[in-house]
Design a protein around this ligand. Structure first.
Ligand SMILES: Nc1ncnc2c1ncn2[C@@H]1O[C@H](COP(=O)(O)OP(=O)(O)OP(=O)(O)O)[C@@H](O)[C@H]1O
Ligand SMILES: [Mg+2]
Length: 310
């Protein structure tokens, strides 16, 4: 279990994490989905006790991340964004070294069992430097699993892997996540959909949506997206159309067209036609398209402040 309350992190003047509140429950895989720079890694580093928050609190496996960080580290397995592996060590000796750092008993057995869990037993004596990226990622996972932590925090576990390896690593995560609390980050929507029990969409340090993949999908299935093409000057229709009950998210798309959404229960297309006429414009075309989860993700995470990453 992870409980996060008003978690905030500033890097100098930049607020990377902005008052996060969420829970990740045991037996569930919680996905942290967000674009580059959203604050995923920062949050994960704070939760693993590598860095203190500027404000707010969190508990991991029941322990406070600041006041009881040693207890937290005993119970958390962390796969960092870039796995720092020693290329000149063998898989076995590296994991043994990591297990010794954690003062685990019966190290040889622990390492063998862990290698078995991640499907790397036959590579135990190989040098890490000679492993493929996917296999290194497994070594990283093995390292995170050595002490059989109740909480796993995995930062982009499938990044850089080929499609076959992605599937393998996802299956592995689902398997090892069955009784644990897993928080994983990704910026790939389909990955979050496939692997996670719950999805938290994070953008600019804030959670902008939170639900099961099914509910996110269902709430979208209830919405219809429409594009209308006018004879020029579409901006003149924005006000009328935005004013219609049931219309949301009106977006001007170039001179002659705009897009918006409406609730499928309430077909407001006739009102749209009237609104266009009222704005003294000609409508050339009206197209409808169902919203995909992709659309919602883009909407929720679009950069509307015009401030960009340096
Ligand atoms: N050590 C640091 N010093 C200063 N700013 C930082 C530091 N680490 C991250 N940031 C800034 O904090 C914000 C959040 O970064 P973070 O790495 O948490 O995002 P992320 O969601 O993990 O992104 P990505 O998908 O690219 O990994 C960004 O604006 C980033 O530039
Ligand atoms: Mg990151």
């Amino acid at each position: 279990m992870i409980q996060v309350s008003n978690l905030t992190k500033d890097y100098g003047a930049r607020r990377a994490v902005d008052g996060l509140n969420f829970e990740a429950r045991q037996g569930e895989i919680t996905g942290f989905l967000g674009p580059n720079g959203a604050g995923k890694t920062t949050t994960m580093r704070i939760l693993t006790g590598y860095m203190p928050p500027t404000d707010g609190t969190a508990t991991v496996a029941g322990f406070d991340i600041v006041k009881e960080s040693l207890e937290v580290r005993k119970r958390v397995g962390y796969l960092p964004e870039t796995v720092p592996l020693y290329t000149e060590m063998t898989v076995f000796s590296y994991l043994k070294f990591m297990a010794d750092l954690r003062h685990l008993p019966d190290v040889d057995n622990v390492v063998s069992e862990t290698l078995d869990m991640v499907g790397l037993l036959d590579r135990a004596d190989g040098f890490i430097g000679n492993l493929s990226k996917g296999m290194r990622q497994r070594v990283g996972l093995a390292q995170a699993l050595l002490h059989r932590p109740e909480v796993l925090i995995l930062d982009e576990p499938t990044i850089g892997l080929d499609p076959a390896q992605i599937i393998e690593v996802r299956n592995l995560i689902r398997e090892i996540g069955r009784e644990r609390t897993v928080l994983l980050s990704t910026h790939i929507l389909s990955e979050a959909q496939q692997i996670c029990d719950r999805i938290l969409i994070i953008n600019k340090g804030k959670i902008v949506a939170e639900d099961t993949p099914e509910n996110l999908q269902a709430s979208l299935a209830g919405a219809q997206r429409v594009q209308i093409i006018l004879r020029g000057q579409a901006d003149k229709a924005v006000e009328e159309i935005s004013g219609l009950a049931g219309v949301q998210n009106v977006i001007l798309q170039g001179e002659d067209r705009l897009e918006f959404q409406y609730d499928i229960q309430n077909d407001i297309r006739p009102n749209v036609v009237r609104a266009v006429i009222k704005a003294k414009l000609d409508m050339l075309e009206m197209r409808t398209a169902s919203l995909s989860l992709e659309d919602i993700f883009l909407q929720l995470t679009k950069d509307d402040s015009a401030e960009s990453e340096e």
